[in-house]
Ligand binder design. Structure first.
Ligand SMILES: NC(=O)C1=CN([C@@H]2O[C@H](COP(=O)(O)OP(=O)(O)OC[C@H]3O[C@@H](n4cnc5c(N)ncnc54)[C@H](OP(=O)(O)O)[C@@H]3O)[C@@H](O)[C@H]2O)C=CC1
Ligand SMILES: O=C(O)C1=N[C@H](C(=O)O)C[C@H](O)C1
Length: 242
C-alpha cells in the first residue's frame, strides 16, 4: 500500500488517476492544482505523480527532493531546460518522466526504433497525432517520444532532424528528416501513427487510446515501481519490463 500524491488532481488525468487509485490497494495522499503547496503534499506522500503543467516542474522536483520521495512526471510540453532540471533532480531522488504511461505506446516505441534501424534513410518517417480540443502543447509528448525512438533507431539526434509542422512553400522533403503533424479536435484521448514511407510502399505503426484509464493505470504501476528506487532517471519500459 502506497500513499500517492497527485499534482494536477482536478484535471482530466488527475480524475482518471483518482479512479484507478480508489480501485487499488493504494491510498490517495491528497492532491494539488495551480497555487497548491507541493512540499506539503510530498510530506504526506510516499510518491508523487504529476499530470499538470511544465510551469509546475521546478516546485515539484524541489518538493520530491525535500521529502526524499520519488516523482513520476507525465506532464508534456517539456523543453530542454526542463529535461536538464529533471537530470539534476535525479541525482537526489528517483524520477520517471514519460510522454505516455500506457503499455501500448511503450511497446510501440520499441517497434518504431526497430523499424527505423532496419530501414534506410530513403524511408521517410512522419509522425501524425490527434488529440482533444483542450490540449495545449504540440507535438504531443508521445509524438516526441516516438520521434526519439525513430531517431535512436537511425543513430541520429532528433533535434537535428525534426521538422515540426509545414506551411507555405516549404520545398521538397529533405532526406533523413522526421516530420511531425498535429491535429486537434473533439474529445480524442490520443491517436498516434508513425508512417514509414518508402518508394511504392508504406508501413504505418499506430496506437489508439480509447480513454485515459490506460494512462492512469500505467502511472499507478510506475508509482508503485518507483518506491524504494535509488536516485536516478527511469523510463516506462523499465517499469513494464519490455
Ligand atoms: N504521460 C501521459 O501518459 C499523459 C500525459 N498527459 C499530460 O498531462 C498533463 C495534464 O493533462 P490533463 O489532465 O488532460 O490536463 P487538464 O488541463 O485537464 O489538467 C491539468 C491540471 O493541472 C493543474 N495545474 C496547472 N498548472 C499547475 C501548477 N502550476 N501546479 C499544479 N497544478 C497545476 C490544473 O489546475 P488549474 O485548472 O487550476 O490550472 C489542472 O487541474 C498534460 O501535460 C498532458 O499532456 C495527459 C495524459 C497522459
Ligand atoms: O494531453 C493529453 O490528453 C495527452 N497527452 C500525452 C501526450 O502529449 O502525448 C499523452 C496522451 O497522448 C494524452
Amino acid at each position: 500500500m502506497a500513499r500517492i500524491g497527485i499534482i494536477g488532481s482536478e484535471g482530466a488525468m488527475g480524475q482518471a488517476l483518482a479512479g484507478v487509485i480508489d480501485a487499488s490497494d493504494h491510498e490517495w495522499a491528497g492532491g494539488i492544482d495551480r497555487g497548491g503547496d507541493a512540499a506539503s503534499l510530498a510530506d504526506a506522500s510516499d510518491v508523487l505523480v504529476d499530470f499538470s503543467s511544465p510551469q509546475a516542474l521546478d516546485a515539484n522536483l524541489h518538493a520530491a527532493i525535500g521529502a526524499g520521495i520519488p516523482l513520476v512526471i507525465g506532464t508534456t510540453g517539456l523543453e530542454e531546460r526542463h529535461h536538464g532540471a529533471i537530470d539534476d533532480a535525479a541525482r537526489a531522488v528517483a524520477v520517471l518522466q514519460t510522454g505516455n504511461t500506457s503499455l501500448g505506446v511503450t511497446l510501440l516505441a520499441h517497434l518504431v526504433r526497430e523499424a527505423a534501424a532496419r530501414l534506410g534513410p530513403d524511408w521517410d518517417i512522419e509522425i501524425l497525432e490527434m488529440h482533444h480540443r483542450r490540449k495545449v502543447d504540440a507535438p504531443s509528448g508521445t509524438a516526441l517520444l516516438l520521434g526519439e525512438a525513430a531517431a535512436a533507431g537511425r543513430g541520429i539526434a532528433l533535434g537535428d532532424h525534426a521538422v515540426r509542422g509545414r506551411d507555405g512553400c516549404t520545398g521538397a522533403r529533405e532526406e533523413g528528416t522526421i516530420g511531425f503533424a498535429a491535429l486537434r479536435g473533439g474529445t480524442v484521448a490520443g491517436e498516434h501513427s508513425v508512417i514509414l514511407a518508402g518508394s511504392e510502399e508504406r508501413i504505418t505503426l499506430s496506437h489508439s487510446a480509447e480513454n485515459r484509464a490506460i494512462f492512469a493505470r500505467g502511472a499507478v504501476r510506475a508509482a508503485e515501481w518507483m518506491i524504494g528506487r535509488a536516485p536516478g532517471r527511469y523510463a516506462m519500459d523499465q517499469v513494464l519490463g519490455i
